[in-house]
Write a protein that binds this ligand. Structure first.
Ligand code: ASP
Length: 342
């Protein structure tokens, strides 16, 4: 008899495992063992599930690169024993974490599925059970003894997305995420409808490589009409700054005023990497399409193409830790590493 698929459930915190504080009425993370008691249905799944929890589960607003390293370490330490990993995580920063982990875990040949919920698991109308149960089922999918999914994904409200393509767009609806520039990998209805042509193929024969250190000398600046040179200079003057994600308008457009372009040009010449991403939720940066982006291209701004801000900032953190020659950085950033951009 073939052995059952083994799934490791990693609990980091989030609404899924929260309950109301008696005194304040605010939602707080609580002990994971109690969470499992709330879902006896898990026993019916045709896989073996083991669990591991952050010592102190967090609201994902407290997520940071050290905690990403903790998730990566748990996966690395258990990689040979388990067939798939499900990470329970607050939805607020889930897209950042899924993006970060997609870069930190190179040559994945097993699924890492992030999920969570908008309502606590103990709530009568909770969305947690469906999200958790289907995420585990998807992490268990095998094809000829091999995992079907070999990448970091996010499962929420009947849809499996590539994690680094997602963004949280709704604080109210169960349908809280979108993947604006990449189609859904699996849809959950009466059946699981898979679109394998969209899955990330394993391209290297090498084993899992984990990068735990990220460089957080980075910042995100969202453009808005009326931005002043004082604001821009203050950002560019941040000590030790190495990377800037510039959220521009439309297809990558920004002011053509001298003070703006001169400041960016000077920053680039002193080694700052500036990535142009669009603040539109869908579509791509295309520098040179309008006059308002031609100068950005000329001064060496990196094109984020159709990347999300979440993936752009975490990709910067990941690449800046790699001693890449300054002259190669732009080309490497503009290359898709984990299916995060076209
Ligand atoms: N504030 C919560 C968190 O991100 C929201 C959620 O879990 O959905 O941890």
């Amino acid at each position: 008899m073939p052995s059952r698929v083994k799934i490791l459930l990693i609990y980091t915190g989030g609404t899924i495992g929260m309950k109301k504080d008696f005194e304040t009425g605010a939602l707080k993370a609580f002990n994971f063992s109690k969470l499992l008691q709330k879902i006896p249905e898990l026993k019916q799944l045709d896989c073996e599930i083991e669990t591991i929890s952050f010592e102190n589960p967090i609201d994902s607003s407290n997520m940071n690169p050290e905690k990403w390293a903790e998730i990566a370490t748990i996966i690395e330490d258990n990689y040979s024993v388990f067939d798939g990993f499900v990470v329970l995580h607050g939805s607020d920063t889930m897209s950042y974490s899924a993006s970060a982990l997609s870069f930190m875990l190179e040559n994945l040949s097993k699924p890492v599925i992030f999920t969570g919920s908008q309502l606590p698991i103990g709530d009568l109308r909770t969305d947690a059970k469906e999200n958790l149960i289907t995420a585990i089922q998807i992490a268990s999918l095998q094809d000829n003894g091999q995992a079907l999914i070999k990448e970091v994904c996010l499962y929420f409200e009947y849809k499996l997305y590539r994690g680094n393509r997602t963004t949280k767009i709704n604080a109210e609806d169960f349908n809280a995420f979108i993947s604006p520039n990449y189609s859904t990998l699996i849809e959950s209805g009466v059946h699981l409808k898979c679109f394998p042509e969209l899955f990330l193929p394993k391209t290297s024969l090498e084993g899992l490589k984990v990068q735990k250190l990220l460089n957080n000398h980075v910042v995100i600046l969202k453009m808005y009409p009326g931005i002043s040179s004082t604001v821009l200079e203050a950002i560019l003057d941040i000590p030790k700054l190495e990377g800037l994600v510039l959220e521009t308008y439309g297809s990558g457009n920004a002011p053509t005023e001298d003070w703006f372009l001169t400041a960016l040009k000077k920053a680039i010449s002193t080694g700052l990497h500036i990535v142009n991403v669009t603040q539109c939720s869908g579509g791509s940066v295309s520098m040179g399409q309008y006059e308002t982006s031609s100068a950005l291209k000329e001064i060496g701004v990196i094109s984020g193409k159709d990347i999300t801000t979440e993936a752009a900032i975490t990709k910067l953190m990941y690449l800046l830790e790699q001693n890449i020659e300054s002259s190669d950085f732009k080309t490497i950033f503009e290359t898709s590493l984990r299916g995060e951009m076209i």
